[in-house]
Design a protein. Structure first.
Length: 154
């Protein structure tokens, strides 16, 4: 199955949320327990440097689901970073959640990025993709442009 294409429109300096539901052909949510996920944003598809990288994973525990995740963005405004650079921000990818982040929504994926990190992302048209990893299987579920409108109030 090919990845879906979607243009993300974000605003510089504003908190960012993206919610989607990963479903089978019948519209039933696919469980993402024990999965990992990653989303990266780059100025161009070929660019070796990053503007953002967001990760997440779920672990099925006896009492419910636990998450881990991270967000890494530029250390200063409008600067790209390599695989070892960047600074941590507040955000991650949560799976099997509702649009508000509550558990119990099979197939729900919520990507969050804090406003401070988004303030450092240059305005313009960039590129992203979102992948999930279940065991040894990697599935690219979404890709496209990541368009950032410039911030006026700073």
């Amino acid at each position: 199955m090919a990845a879906g294409e979607y243009t993300i429109k974000a605003e510089q300096g504003a908190s960012f949320l993206l919610f989607l539901e990963y479903q089978d052909d019948d519209g039933v949510g696919i469980s993402l327990r024990d999965y990992k996920s990653a989303m990266q944003v780059r100025r161009s598809i070929e660019d070796p440097d990053l503007l953002l990288t967001v990760t997440g994973s779920t672990v099925n525990l006896p009492g419910g689901t636990a998450w881990t995740g991270s967000l890494t963005g530029p250390s200063t405004s409008y600067i790209e970073f390599g695989s070892t650079g960047g600074v941590s921000g507040a955000g991650d990818i949560r799976m099997d959640v509702s649009s508000a982040g509550a558990t119990g929504s099979t197939g729900g994926i919520l990507v969050t990025i804090d406003g401070d990190t988004m303030a450092k992302i240059p305005s313009g048209r960039h590129f992203y993709d979102l992948e999930i990893f279940g065991g040894v299987t990697v599935t690219k579920i979404l890709r496209g442009r990541f368009e950032v409108d410039p911030e006026v109030t700073r």
